[in-house]
Design a protein around this ligand. Sequence first.
Ligand code: ADP
Length: 480
Amino acid sequence: MSQAVHANYINAEWVQGPSQRSNINPSDTRDVVGLFTQADEQQVDQAIQAAHTAAPAWALSNPQQRADALDKIGTEILARKDELGELLSREEGKTRPEGIGEFARAGAIFKFFAQEALRLRGDKLASVRPGLEIEVTREPIGVVGLITPWNFPAAIPAWKIAPALAYGNAVVFKPAELVPASAWALSEIISRAGLPPGVFNLVMGPGSVVGQAFLNDARVDGISFTGSAGTGARIAQAAVQRGAKFQLEMGGKNPCVVLDDADLDTAVNCVVQSAFYSTGQRCTAASRIIVQKDIYAEFLARLSAATQSLRVGHALAADTQIGPVVDESQLAQDLRYIAIAKAEGARHICGGEQVKGDTPGHFLRPALFADCDNRMQHCREEIFGPVASVIPADNYEHALSLANDTPFGLSSGICTRSLKHATHFKRHAQAGMVMVNVPTAGVDYHVPFGGRKASSMGSREQGSYAAEFFTTVKTSYLQA
Ligand code: ADP
């Protein structure tokens, strides 16, 4: 990327804001990925107004027009996934295969919702009153403000923008401050897809300015947010107060249960992938590893060996398995929780120390703790880093109760060869997503995503279930 300042996209024009922000590569802090403009309140106001003006006509647009635009976006993303994936890895720090995989997923999401635009259906019912006919239809909600986090710089924007547009909403998109390059590249592709002016707007800038403006502005009919629980609570409060629709995806403290009848190779692989890949920076990452006591010692030995063999380094180096932590403040948070775990009496098995790489980056060795108590602070709060806590369980029932004993409820995993326990766990895990013999993180793009308890609020994202948030239902009565 050149050092020109990347602009915001408002009403089909590229416009500079009053300030700018450097995007720093977490694998090499000397590398400036690019400069990105930052909006002020006045510029957010213009973007919201552009969307507000464009929304009524777009709401009535031909679904074929929406399908064509989304398909075009998906096709270009897929054709450029290697280049875009590398950019993503450079700014966020996940490995190159993870970055490419994420853009491939973003492309697939746009193509899926291209088709969904044509599949929006309603119901026709007989009335209980003579001569009346009833129709139930879905309409777009209007202007949606989309607020996204830094850990999935392409996939999360895609899974909000694509359904928003497919179902006929006008979009104001605010990406996370740390990862504007992927968002800008995605927006640049969207800007050439043939959408009418004002239907899609990109506004980069601080959450406290741009995000906050979405909360307060009556022209924003709905807010879809993924991020921290603290910001989510502010959004919920503001949205309820002014009657806006909202959808929140927040944290997790996901368990992975390993029973004594599990295939141990599968279980070690599930735990390593769930806990440490993408540097543990996934809301579906497993951080509580609940292990039945009959296999505890053997499993821990195998998990420890696998954890210590992980190669930590520059996200774009060919042999890297674990990229850097995203920035200094996240690194400080990880180190703080590692110190808390030690102070709470968790047995330190390996990792948790900073690693010096060939480049100045935020490298951290994946940390493993054992003999943890589920009531310990580091087992209750989301760390969002490569830190896993192994908790012993007496039997299946004990493991299930530990798995559910958490304020969160996003993803819940189990490794077992018992059909009885797998079936029981699927039914009784208090989570939005249940994983049997697969990692807690890593989901398909065409099925619902979301959680329970403190993890999520509002209807599910992704798949045809996304229509719940991005449309509103109308029931029409007709006397013929
Ligand atoms: P994280 O800790 O993952 O950065 P945040 O909740 O702080 O989580 O950020 C997620 C998204 O929410 C980012 O795009 C951020 O800019 C935005 N955000 C932060 N503060 C606010 C706010 N007060 N109102 C709306 N959005 C905000």
